[in-house]
Design a protein around this ligand. Structure first.
Ligand code: BMA
Length: 364
């Protein structure tokens, strides 16, 4: 695997706004983990945005565009993607991004020195519905069985592995990816959620997935991220934890609801849950991240610095991923875009020495 080491002096010369204290190397999974660990030690936070370069508020499919870049002049350091639909053999994902385009954008971001993370809103292998179809409460058990659903699920895993294996540069280098399957399992809105399987079944689902991808398919480009949802205390967080050898990064998905009224609760939630995460990260010796967050419609002018950053700044999270800016639903966005109420404040957030964007870790 090609290893690119960018010495500190080169980064300083490129004029990045923060000064990384160590060598940056995101070309291998080990390098990505090291960058995340260093960020956390230095009190820095890599900024991430779901589907950032695929589409944004009111636009879709224009190469080079990014709502975040149009506001602050820089791309996010971390780009998030979702594989929902790849298991069916669909050409587009559940949010209508063509997988061929997604692959190209993932590789491009990697080539620019950025980090990619991939979640998987897998369809329901019993009903054929989507991830949110919880009409049947025995899906995980069926997936683990030798029966028809178990067989179908193996085919699905195969297609998912094919995509992850296709993330290659032209010289054949496999792109490292933070893979985050079976997220928010402590809630009960996905078919793999809390009320629909036992902790043992959940662990078995995770291990089946990880063993297939890593051992059977030999995918050594994956960093596996575990990300329960808010409302998991330490005990709940660990209840269905698949094991140290199966998890490389510990996360939490925590959203801000109810606009200004909900700001205090969100900040308390972040401090409490990320406190648990910070302790676990230290004990299990794994990097920690806020794997999904945001406030839909960002209805507060100073949300980025006065709500979000204020709550996370001492929590040691290595990166944060805010959810997508849908192109076809004007109210559904979590990142800024030019002219949006919080856009000026996002520029302040960008300028903080602690926030890390692509120019800070990238190659240009
Ligand atoms: C949800 C919403 C949906 C989307 C799904 C998967 O939070 O954004 O519109 O389909 O995530 O990306």
């Amino acid at each position: 695997m090609k290893k690119i080491l960018i010495p500190l002096c080169a980064l300083v010369l490129t004029g990045c706004k923060t000064e990384p204290s160590s060598t940056v190397d995101v070309s291998t999974p080990e390098g990505v983990l090291e960058v995340l660990e260093n960020a956390s030690k230095e009190g820095k936070i890599l900024f991430g945005h779901q589907d950032d370069t695929a589409y944004g508020h009111g636009w879709n499919g224009e190469d080079g565009r990014s709502d975040v870049k149009e506001v602050c002049g820089d791309y996010p350091a971390v780009l998030g993607w979702d594989l929902g639909g790849v298991e069916l053999g669909d050409a587009d994902n559940l949010d209508r991004i063509p997988f061929d385009r997604m692959r190209r954008l993932i590789v491009e971001h990697y080539e620019q020195g950025g980090i990619n993370t991939v979640s998987w809103h897998a369809f329901n292998p019993i009903t054929g519905g989507n991830s949110w179809d919880i009409s049947c409460d025995t899906v995980v058990r069926a997936v683990l069985s030798e029966g028809e659903t178990g067989e179908l699920f193996k085919e699905w895993l195969g297609r998912t592995a094919d995509f992850l294996e296709s993330l290659k540069t032209t010289d054949g280098t496999l792109v490292p990816v933070i893979f985050r399957p079976w997220h928010e399992h402590t809630g009960s809105w996905f078919w793999w959620g809390n009320n629909f399987c036992t902790p043992e079944e959940f662990k078995a689902l995770w291990r089946l997935t990880a063993d297939y991808l890593r051992k059977e398919r030999g995918l050594d480009n994956l960093i596996l991220a575990y990300s329960p949802n808010l409302d998991a205390d330490r005990e709940k967080y660990m209840e269905a934890y698949p094991g140290d050898e199966y998890v490389d990064l510990l996360g939490f998905d925590i959203y801000h609801f109810d606009g200004e009224k909900g700001a205090q609760k969100y900040m308390e939630d972040l401090r409490y849950s990320l406190g648990i995460l910070q302790t676990l990260g230290r004990e299990l010796d794994k990097p920690v991240a806020l794997t999904e967050t945001g406030c839909e419609g960002v209805p507060m002018e100073r949300w980025w610095t006065d709500v979000f950053y204020k709550a996370v700044k001492d929590t040691k999270i290595s990166y944060v991923l805010v959810w997508r800016n849908a192109w076809d639903r004007p109210e559904h966005f979590y990142g800024p875009y030019p002219g949006q109420l919080s856009a000026e404040n996002f520029k302040e957030f960008y300028k903080l020495p602690q926030t890390v964007f692509l120019k800070d870790i990238g190659k240009n």
